[in-house]
Design a protein around this ligand. Structure first.
Ligand SMILES: [Zn+2]
Ligand SMILES: [Zn+2]
Length: 489
């Protein structure tokens, strides 16, 4: 008997390998709720539930952590299952064929999900493991990666197939989060009850508004700020003061003397310095334990740093940068708060003055493209190289040039930055987020704030059904012989 037991363990060890990876699976909340509603139905009938998600992935900075983002979830309907009992479920060939074709087309990872009736915190059976190995091998022959999950109301298990070792890998730790209007929220394992103990005196007054738990969530957030002009500067200052500790700051520009009236993080001696450097210096003075990563590049060249953020703030003045931020947000499931200000002065009179805050929650709200907020011609013009930009500027194609700078004032910047910071806090605190308007338009001439809702369009080329939502990192082994070449400088 002992001998047999030992043999079995050796065999099991070959099929299943423990790794030091951590795995995070993110589902759009609505699709996840649809899936679990169908599982609940199966549970009532005492049979296994079944679904397949196609995922994109985001590799962590340390390579030991990975996030899978569910781009779509296929739940078999009537006629899509050959058999379904309390111990097994078999989808039809047609159903699997259509799912696998979609996975191949989107270069996605196949995540097979099932339930064990009567088990709220299930683990894989030996039959699951054998099937998982077969599926992993088969999908590998189709150049598609495979992982599997068994889920209950209180817990789940997940494994990834590794083709090189022909084994199923068990992560060291795994979590499931949902992307909803209130941002990303972990549901399994149920987040430990964060202690509601006393907060530092410096934040005591605001904790009286939103509570210690919300304060901890603010402190754990990695905030990406793109653009450190007037609005970005005011936002940076506010976020630091309310307790954000981790920042990714992105701006290629130096501080010019004409910027100083709108940059609370800079003083007169900072003229000529990189904006990111002065801003990072300010943050380090504001809080001792702050972590700042700076990127002196345009947003289109800073995607690597931005994809690690929990929330993105766009404080840019052109639609090319907005297009790039919209893309990063959608691909990596990161809530994105876009800001903008505009002042039109004609013959010495203010004709129009105001700004807007737009909130993009991937898979939940519309994106900037759905909102019709991106001027493609302007975007294309602003995405050109620095050299070409200078030529266009000289020819008068660029608004707000060195010769005729656009008007700007910190009062307007600060109003818009406050609106954006408040949206962030409300999101973290889950305050009235269902169907909350995601377009706030401030008219400074009246003054008043109008609120709109822009919804996701299924036909949107960015976040629609054939878009890039949750696409994640590009597949590593690209076309052979094609190498990405960076132009010098
Ligand atoms: Zn099972
Ligand atoms: Zn869209």
């Amino acid at each position: 008997m002992r001998e047999d037991g030992r043999k079995f363990r050796v065999m099991a060890a070959k099929k299943q390998v423990r790794t030091d990876r951590t795995l995070h699976v993110v589902f759009p909340e609505e699709s996840f709720r649809n899936m679990t509603a169908s599982f609940d139905d199966d549970e009532k009938r005492g049979r296994e539930g079944y679904a397949v998600a196609i995922c994109g992935q985001k590799a962590g900075a340390d390579k030991r952590s990975v996030t899978y983002m569910a781009r779509s979830i296929d739940i078999p309907g009537k006629g899509d299952l050959i058999s379904q009992s309390s111990v097994s479920v078999t989808p039809s060939g047609d159903f699997m064929e259509s799912v696998l074709a979609a996975a191949a087309r989107r270069q996605g990872i196949v995540l097979e999900i099932h339930t064990h009736p009567g088990s709220a915190d299930p683990v894989f059976s030996s039959v699951d493991i054998d099937h998982g190995l077969d599926n992993g091998r088969f999908l590998r022959s189709c150049h598609t990666r495979f992982c599997m999950m068994v889920i209950g109301a209180e817990g789940f298990s997940v494994m990834e197939y590794n083709g090189e070792s022909d084994s199923l890998q068990l992560p060291r730790a795994a979590a499931i989060s949902l992307m909803g209007r209130q941002g990303l929220r972990q549901i399994l394992p149920a987040a430990e009850t964060l202690c509601d103990g006393p907060s530092p005196e410096a934040v005591d007054r605001q904790v009286r508004i939103w509570g210690a738990r919300c304060q901890r969530r603010i402190e754990a957030t990695i905030a990406g700020i793109v653009g450190l002009g007037g609005t970005g500067a005011a936002l940076l200052q506010m976020l630091a003061l309310i307790g954000v500790k981790k920042f990714v700051l992105c701006d290629p520009d130096d501080i010019e003397p004409s910027n100083l009236s709108r940059l609370p993080y800079a003083c007169a001696t900072d003229a000529g310095k990189k904006k990111t450097r002065a801003a990072a210096g300010y943050l380090r003075k504001t809080a001792r334990d702050v972590e700042v990563e700076t990127v002196n590049d345009r947003v289109q060249d800073a995607k690597e740093a931005l994809r690690a953020c929990d929330v993105l703030f766009g404080c840019v003045d052109n639609d090319g940068a907005r297009l790039s931020m919209n893309e990063v947000a959608l691909k990596y499931f990161i809530p994105y708060i876009d800001t903008g200000t505009e002042i039109f002065v004609e013959n010495g009179k203010v004709r129009d003055m105001g700004g807007q805050v737009r909130i993009v929650v991937p898979s939940v709200t519309g994106c900037l493209e759905c909102a019709g907020a991106i001027d493609r011609t302007e975007a294309a013009a602003s995405l050109v190289s620095g050299e070409e930009h200078a030529v266009r500027e000289a020819a008068g194609y660029v608004r707000g040039t060195a010769d005729t700078p656009a008007p700007a004032v910190i009062t307007l910047n600060t109003i818009i930055a406050s609106m954006a910071a408040q949206e962030f806090v409300d999101m973290i605190a889950c305050r009235d987020r269902e169907n909350a308007p995601n377009y706030l338009l401030y008219d400074a001439t009246r003054p008043q704030i109008e609120r709109f809702l822009f919804e996701r369009s299924p036909d949107c080329p960015m976040c629609g059904r054939d878009g890039i939502l949750g696409a994640g990192d590009p597949k590593r082994h690209g076309r052979p012989g094609v190498k990405k070449i960076r132009s010098p400088g």
